[in-house]
Design a binder for this molecule. Structure first.
Ligand SMILES: [Fe+2]
Length: 342
């Protein structure tokens, strides 16, 4: 029988497309002015473009057009998880791959500012994905220290999703050429995974999943230059009267080693400010396992995440733009931890 570690150690080098990294997230927000205040005035993201109902924002290091797209709509939702591919031809190979899985998919061109052709896909679990290559460029402002504002946020780093079928969802991403760097699982013979970190770029992850009610987007991870940037963001939010936006942390993760804070935007979408993970470019390194009973896995200093962090997430949209129906997860990290620690 194949063990979970053996399953997660498989690394495919034969996939006929090359996904470079998680590139941006598209969120539906109910009040664009309120969102602009949060993401631009308080967190310091750079405005790349704006239409009456859409705001395109990027980090200071980002050379592609946007790290986040905010579109004003009647109901808040996570509209898209978007990945950049290495060449335009990668879209054809990806389209064949998802067509074989009988997934809904479509090509769009120029629907969003700064973008060329993109492939949109609803994966077998209902997550709305996008793959693209062509996008307008900006010069990096990494060293425009004279202009930096906010944390500052440097670039998009990762998606974290709430997945009810966490093992099956992980299999899909392994088939797409992602590698598992770390995971959390229960102890004993009936080992169950409660969290998984998957990557294409040589850092800890482009996509993480947490076992839970889904499909939903748990958070967008945004990279800051250093831990002081995370603390500066907290100070600035509190001083501006937005201390209530700070949901969890700041602190250091066990998994990934990153310094972090989780924030909730005006619509409740969760964003993580994240910095200080590590190199993962050696493809034969085995995944690092954390026991769910280890209190340092989620927070290295032992603090437990609040229930809201486990229970609340952003709904995702189906091909008709409606919220995708939810299903329960077969494993809950908190329950597994309390049983094991009793
Ligand atoms: Fe994260």
């Amino acid at each position: 029988m194949t063990t979970l570690r053996e399953t997660l150690s498989r690394s495919r080098s034969d996939v006929p497309f090359d996904i470079v990294r998680g590139a941006y997230g598209e969120l539906h927000v109910t009040n664009l002015e309120a969102s602009q205040h949060f993401y631009v005035d308080l967190l310091g993201l750079v405005e790349s473009a704006r239409t009456p109902d859409t705001l395109y924002l990027r980090g200071w290091e980002e050379q592609t057009h946007h790290s986040i797209v905010l579109r004003e709509r009647p109901k808040a939702a996570a509209a898209r998880l978007s990945f950049r591919v290495r060449t335009p031809g990668d879209l054809d190979a990806l389209e064949r791959s998802f067509a074989e899985r009988e997934c809904a998919h479509e090509r769009v061109t120029g629907e969003l500012a700064g973008m060329g052709e993109a492939l949109r896909v609803w994966d077998p679990f209902g997550f709305p994905l996008e793959f693209f290559h062509e996008i307008a460029r900006f010069p990096t402002q990494l060293q425009r220290f004279d202009l930096h504002r906010g944390a500052p946020i440097m670039r998009f780093d990762h998606f974290n999703i709430h997945a009810p079928l966490v093992e099956q969802t992980t299999d899909l991403w392994l088939d797409l050429g992602f590698r598992c760097t770390e995971y959390i699982s229960t102890d004993g013979d009936d080992e169950r995974m409660t969290g998984c970190w998957l990557t294409r770029k040589p850092l800890v992850h482009d996509l993480a999943m947490t076992a839970g009610v889904g499909p939903r987007l748990h958070h967008l991870g945004l990279a800051t230059a250093d831990a002081l940037g995370v603390l500066r963001a907290c100070d600035q939010l509190a001083a501006a009267g937005h201390a209530g936006a700070i949901e969890r942390g700041p602190g250091r993760h066990g998994v990934s080693n990153a310094f972090f804070v989780y924030l909730r935007d005006p619509d409740g979408h969760r964003v993580e400010l994240y910095t200080g993970d590590y190199y993962t470019g050696d493809h034969d390194h085995p995944p690092l396992r954390w026991s769910v009973s280890d209190p340092s896995c989620r927070s290295f200093w032992g603090a437990q995440a609040p229930d809201s962090w486990y229970d609340e997430s952003s709904v995702v949209l189906d091909p008709n733009g409606e919220p995708t129906p939810l299903r329960a997860s077969g494993v809950d990290e908190r329950v597994a931890r309390s049983v094991l620690m009793a």
